[in-house]
Design a protein. Structure first.
Length: 76
């Protein structure tokens, strides 16, 4: 499974329990600040990468968040 797919599945757990595509928009799926914080915490736990709230919200899609995770991993 690709990192993008993993992030999309993680979003699905917190957003709607359904399928989330790589380019689906966090806010269009019903995302809010509380859900965003929970996802950011899980990314930290699962991947050891600290995302800022700002970076997460600007990324907006699982594909872009996966890119941030990959960048974060490369720095560690």
């Amino acid at each position: 499974m690709s990192l993008v797919q993993e992030v999309a599945e993680l979003w699905g757990e917190y957003l709607n329990g359904g399928e989330v595509g790589a380019e689906d928009d966090f806010f269009a799926l019903g995302g809010n600040s509380l859900i965003g914080i929970k996802i950011i915490d899980r990314v930290s736990q699962d991947y050891g990468v600290e995302l800022s709230v700002r970076a997460f919200y600007l990324a907006q899609t699982p594909a872009r968040v996966a890119g941030l995770v990959a960048q974060g991993r490369a720095l560690t």
